[in-house]
Design a binder for this molecule. Structure first.
Ligand SMILES: C[S@@+](CC[C@H](N)C(=O)[O-])C[C@H]1O[C@@H](n2cnc3c(N)ncnc32)[C@H](O)[C@@H]1O
Length: 467
């Protein structure tokens, strides 16, 4: 990161690390020959200040997000990542933070640090931060992404190796953002976004690849503006991007659905099959989060058919949503995990807070099961539409949906029915060859080139490393 900003540093530049901690960035700047008098470090934790001062820089114990400071030429650092739910600081200072950052919403500390840094940069100043990359696609961050696009040129986004922080935190995927503040006069000017080319570097396998990254893409900034909700993408070919920007239709046009029952206490309300065998009239299967078996599985959980009784007795915790779909035949999806899967939801059952879909006719249901489990959808979901390990009805409904020909549709339906029947007889049935045939049909329907097919297949095989 220090090497990224060095070319912009002159002997007049004023440089800030707004959350300096132990001063890793500052030490690296000094090692590269930057004059200590040009560097300032902030930290809210007074214990960090003495060692920062010992480096010979200006160090201030201050709350960067709430106290003012002079404009800077270069801002570099690793701000804290804490969500609004986890940050005590955000709870305590909510009112003050809201006054300053209401226009992007208070979702996470790192987004506030980025906005604060952009506000405190001189025109054409450079920002280089390593932050979580969940904001690229999450809809809560729409206004934040728009703020970045309005106020800066994105020079580079680099998806850092995903194991970078694994010693300290689980599954935090990060990106290194290098931004240049737009001219104040051209503040709201989109025009520059057509000409400005961003350098987008796909997920690196290891830190060794920083210098010569294998997958680099040069894309005009205007492409981010054209994305629904201004989603940021990295390493996605333009043919796929066009599909997302101008979808023929969306999956939500043929599928309805949503979440179902949140019991608030699964131990209290759910039973294993063995315990309810003797009373099949009163208990039904409950399809809830956690299952990652595509196409078909038997749920191990059962719930009382008379769910209304439980909702009335425990209205604060036992929550009932989308009742119109209860006991219907549909599709039930896994709820967490980088890989996601869709399985047949037999009629007569209930479902939990995972994503569930229902259709006007059976053909659409079986076709959709093949479509949702296809590699193309897996890739679109994880790489373009929602970079996280959550699967929600809302963003699956956003999936671009192209109507198949009668032949394509009936072939997919026949294969899906075959897989389901085989899995009913043998839960370990190997359906890979059939699933590959469905992949091929879906790839062809969407006009995916052979090269891209290989890329998508590679991504799906190593989704944990490359998502
Ligand atoms: C992820 S650490 C930065 C680590 C740093 N790069 C290093 O070399 O140690 C984040 C730092 O931000 C500081 N911090 C958190 N909230 C802050 C705030 N509102 N203002 C200033 N510093 C803050 C924390 O005390 C912590 O030292």
């Amino acid at each position: 990161m220090v090497d990224l900003v060095l070319p912009f540093i002159t002997n007049k530049s004023e440089i800030l690390d707004p959350s300096a901690g132990d001063g890793i960035f500052i030490k690296a700047l000094i090692d590269r020959g930057v004059n200590t008098s040009q560097i300032t470090g902030h930290d809210i934790n007074s214990e960090k200040i003495q060692s920062l001062l010992e480096l010979g820089i200006h160090a201030r114990c201050t709350d960067t997000l709430l106290e003012d400071y002079p404009l800077k030429d270069i801002i570099i650092g690793n701000p804290p990542y804490k969500s609004r739910r986890k940050s005590i600081y955000m709870k305590i200072n909510r009112k003050e933070l809201e006054k300053r950052y209401y226009f992007i919403g208070l979702y996470n500390l790192y987004s506030l640090f980025i906005v604060n840094a952009i506000q405190h940069m001189k025109s054409k100043g450079i920002l280089c931060f390593i932050v979580e990359d969940a904001f690229f696609t999450n809809r809560y961050y729409r206004r934040f992404r728009e703020f970045i696009l309005n106020n800066t040129y994105i020079l580079e986004i680099k998806l850092a190796p995903w194991r970078l922080f694994h010693r300290s935190q689980a599954d935090v995927r990060t990106a290194i953002l290098t931004l240049k503040k737009k001219d104040q006069e051209n503040y709201q000017e989109y025009h520059g976004d057509k000409k400005h080319i961003m350098r987008l570097i796909d997920r690196l396998a290891s830190e060794k690849e920083y210098k010569n990254p294998p997958k680099v893409q040069n894309v005009p900034q205007i492409e981010y503006r054209k994305m629904p909700d201004h989603k940021f993408f990295v390493g996605v070919p333009l043919s796929i991007i066009r599909l997302i920007q101008n979808p023929p239709a969306r999956f939500g046009d043929i599928a309805k659905g949503g979440t179902g029952i949140s019991t608030g206490n699964d131990d209290k309300y759910l039973r294993p099959a063995l315990e309810v065998e003797s009373d099949p009239e009163s208990w039904v299967g409950f399809y809830k989060s956690g299952q990652r078996t595509p196409y078909y599985y038997k749920t191990p959980y059962f719930i009382e058919k008379n769910y209304q009784k439980n909702a009335e007795a425990d209205p604060k915790n036992f929550l009932v949503r989308n009742e119109q779909f209860y006991f219907k035949e549909g599709i039930t999806c896994s709820s967490v995990g980088r890989k996601f899967s869709a399985a047949y939801l037999p009629p007569g059952n209930l479902f939990g807070v995972n994503a569930n879909f229902f259709f006007d006719n059976e053909d659409d249901l079986y076709y959709s099961l093949g479509y949702l489990n296809s590699k193309l959808v897996q890739y679109l979901a994880r790489k373009v539409i929602h970079r996280s390990n959550i699967i929600a009805t809302s963003f699956l409904k956003e999936m671009p949906f192209r109507t198949p020909s009668i032949e394509q549709k009936s072939e997919v339906i026949a294969i899906v029915k075959d897989i389901i029947n085989s899995l009913k007889n043998n839960p370990n049935y190997n359906f890979v060859p059939e699933a590959e045939r469905i992949d091929e049909i879906i790839f062809n329907l969407y006009g995916i080139s052979n090269k891209l097919k290989r890329e998508i297949t590679g991504f799906c095989e190593k989704i944990i490393d490359f998502a």
